[in-house]
Design a protein around this ligand. Structure first.
Ligand SMILES: [Zn+2]
Length: 234
């Protein structure tokens, strides 16, 4: 039941995300995209699949809808009926949007990562109130600090590998993973690096990448967090 509800909600949320992902898929410092990249016709506020004038596709059709449906089906199937289901549903939708933007232009916009902190903290605080469990909330806050701090150290030790967006996103993932417990946080963080290494090796083997290329890290950070959330026993 919960998984089906998640899939339906995910299709709707994915459709709603398309405009946001299109708007924010710009290089740092550039204004948000509001017009068709080919003919400059302004795009509608919501649900643009193709430019009305030149028919240029504005993003891959159905990709966001289907990936959000899968992610929300998994997360609601796992957390459905628990007070923290809204917080994890929010994290899933945010994660799909950030993954799409990071793959498109290798960045994680502050416009999405920064507001996610207060939103996720409020949602987790609500879950803590309902569940009368404030130890989880305290651990979530510490988890956010710990993961953002860990990524900051990694970025300082190996410059060029991780960006500021990765550090900010790590804090958001740390909040959600910390809520589930320290083992979930450690597993989620480790899985991100494992996934990244596996995909890099596969791409190098397929000669799509060299040892010196940089690939975006956001999707792996989020993928590792998602796997850990689904496996956690909280
Ligand atoms: Zn156009």
């Amino acid at each position: 039941m919960w998984a089906v509800a998640g899939a339906v909600l995910g299709l709707l949320a994915g459709a709603a995300l398309r405009a946001t992902v299109f708007r924010l898929s710009v290089a740092p410092g550039e204004p948000e995209r509001t017009a068709c990249p080919r003919c400059q016709k302004p795009v509608p506020q919501r649900l643009a699949v193709r430019c009305a004038q030149c028919r240029t596709s504005l993003g891959t059709p159905l990709a966001l809808e289907l990936s959000t449906a899968i992610v929300l089906a998994l997360l609601l199937g796992r957390f459905g009926g628990q007070p923290d289901v809204v917080a994890f549903g929010f994290f899933g939708v945010l994660g799909v949007a950030l993954t799409a933007i990071d793959i498109a232009i290798q960045r994680l916009p502050d416009m999405l990562t920064l507001p996610a902190y207060p939103i996720l903290i409020v949602l987790l605080a609500g879950a803590a109130l309902v569940g009368h469990d404030f130890a989880d909330l305290a651990r979530a806050l510490l988890g956010g600090l710990a993961l953002a701090g860990g990524y900051l150290v990694l970025a300082l030790v190996r410059p060029g590998q991780l960006g500021g967006g990765d550090i900010k996103l790590a804090g958001v993932a740390g909040l959600a993973l910390g809520w589930l417990g320290w083992p979930a946080l450690i597993a989620g963080a480790a899985l991100g690096f494992v996934l990244s290494a596996l995909v890099s090796l596969a791409l190098i083997a397929a000669r799509r990448l060299t040892l010196r290329s940089e690939i975006c890290f956001g999707p792996f950070l989020l993928g590792g967090a998602l796997l850990s959330m689904l496996a956690s026993g909280h």
